[in-house]
Design a protein around this ligand. Structure first.
Ligand code: FAD
Length: 461
């Protein structure tokens, strides 16, 4: 495709050959290597609207980017137009008195966490601070505080969106409630989000959190024990056991260097004493080979995993919800991890429930409120390696775990997958979402996402 002239109205825009284009076209997953015709970097909602209309008029495929962490690479497009909000729209402002937090559509989790913690507040979000707030929130938002405060969408109170028609609108429980419902779990299907308004929660600067690390040969008994232990805990405790390979460096003891391990990630959103007490049974059952859990600043918790998932590596993921973590499921999973193809890969198990489960499945577009566990298989390897063994390991591990799956899949963990899996991500909310899509994006301009095709007839009542 030939070069596309840069319309001046677009403001800050990069095309192939421009200084900064090579850097700006890259997304987190190095496996995704696309060359957009234009990368527009808006400064406000009206510049976003101009870019949306430009893509429409010129019939350019349109991608929208915040943190760029979509594993299947939805936030870039070959020969199309990318609206990248991360360059100039990353601001966060906090009104401590009303506990309202306004977040621009290109902000990263780290900016949100730093701004809220200045006031002893928090908006529950994800595990890695370089993820985008908008992308994570639109799919739901799981993280360290979810059993206490719910998913990220459960703290969302209003959204400013640029629609496919280039209109700047606000959605909340009072204004366009159907659109607000759809934005809470419906992915990037309904427009470009230029601002999110959250209600923050009080959280001291320190909480009991971190990781308890064990060699993989103890993973079977520990996963079973941790499952039963976590069921007895209050909602203040959220746990994420992870199968991963220990890096060859301190603080990991030499005998674990380069060895597969179980790291039981924990966060207790309550008083420090109660958090320490909550961890006691686990530590008594099996003293960890490395104990990295204790009182720590919330900001340290929120950046603890950043270095392990850097930009530019090659990634492929598959996920399922699991109701029960049965002995057979544990045996299969640990057995698969014993054959992991890359020391960079991991399997994440998130214990759901708590505040997440106290909201009805149709109250927001996120339907999987009753899921027991989130299983997330992430295959990661170096750019110079043959991808096949790593793709194969993730696919085979996914196949092996299917007998234990509860059905459906988390939107934020979808790979590039067939239509029926995308539908399953929205479960019983699909029909209503498709009707709302028809109202706000009838031509499916916003289709680089876990895509909801507009319903063919009948607008929602
Ligand atoms: P992008 O690639 O920029 O966007 C992802 C999708 O959202 C695209 O379809 C894009 O078009 C759309 N989108 C982004 N911004 C906007 C906007 N302003 N308006 C409209 N649509 C928009 N998920 C969790 O729930 N919890 C976690 O703890 C978690 N940790 C992660 C850690 C890593 C290292 C990675 C790679 C992913 C993680 N995820 C997690 C998944 C993550 O939430 C999704 O990949 C999410 O879509 C990423 O958002 P982003 O803004 O960074 O990505």
């Amino acid at each position: 495709m030939g070069a596309i002239a840069k319309p001046r109205a677009l403001g800050d825009v990069l095309a192939p050959g421009d200084d900064g284009y090579e850097q700006a076209r890259r997304v987190w997953n190095g496996l995704i290597d696309k060359r957009p015709a234009l990368i527009v970097r808006p400064r406000d909602a009206s510049e976003v609207a101009t870019a949306v209309l430009c893509a429409r008029e010129r019939q350019l495929p349109l991608a929208v980017r915040c943190g760029g962490h979509s594993v299947p690479g939805y936030s870039t497009v070959a020969d199309g137009l990318v609206i990248d909000l991360s360059a100039h729209m990353g601001g966060v402002s906090v009104d401590a008195r009303s506990r309202r937090v306004r977040v621009q559509g290109g902000a990263l989790l780290g900016a949100l966490d730093r701004a809220t913690q200045q006031h002893g507040l928090v908006v529950p979000s994800g595990h890695v601070s370089h993820t985008g707030v908008a992308g994570l929130t639109l799919g739901g938002g799981t993280g360290w505080l979810m059993r206490r405060y719910g998913l990220t969408i459960d703290s969302l109170r209003a959204v400013e969106v640029v629609t496919a028609g280039g209109e700047i609108v606000r959605a909340s429980d009072e204004e366009r409630p159907d659109l607000f419902w759809a934005l809470r779990g419906g992915g990037g299907n309904f427009g470009v989000v230029t601002e999110l308004e959250f209600e923050a929660h009080p959280l001291g600067r320190e909480l009991v959190a971190g990781m308890l690390v064990y060699p993989l040969d103890r993973a079977r008994e520990l996963l079973a024990f941790a499952r039963d232990w976590s069921e007895r805990q209050s909602d203040e405790l959220t746990s994420f056991p992870v199968l991963v390979t220990a890096p060859p460096q301190p603080p990991f003891p030499p005998e674990l260097h380069g060895r597969p391990i179980l790291a039981v990630g924990v966060a207790h959103a309550g008083p420090v004493e109660a958090g320490l007490r909550a961890l006691e049974p686990l530590k008594r059952f099996a003293p960890p080979a490395l104990d990295l859990a204790g009182p720590m600043p919330y900001l340290a918790l929120q950046t603890m995993l950043d270095a392990g998932v850097p930009h530019g590596l090659h990634n492929y993921n598959r996920a399922e919800w699991l109701d029960q973590l049965s002995e057979a499921a544990i045996e299969t999973l640990v057995g698969r991890f014993e054959q992991v193809s890359s020391p960079l890969s991991q399997v994440i198990l998130g214990r759901m429930g708590g505040a997440v489960a106290r909201i009805d499945a149709d109250a927001t577009a996120f339907p999987h409120r009753q899921a027991g566990n989130l299983l997330w298989i992430v295959s990661t390897w170096s750019p110079n390696q043959d991808p096949e063994p790593h793709l194969g390991w993730a696919r085979e591990t996914h196949e092996a775990m299917k007998p234990y799956a509860a059905g459906g899949v988390y939107v934020n963990a979808l790979g590039d997958e067939p239509d029926e899996r995308v539908r399953a991500a929205y479960g019983g909310n699909w029909e209503r979402l498709a009707q709302i899509k028809r109202v706000y994006d009838p031509d499916n301009l916003f289709r680089l996402n876990a895509n909801i095709t507009p319903a063919a007839s009948r607008a929602p009542a």
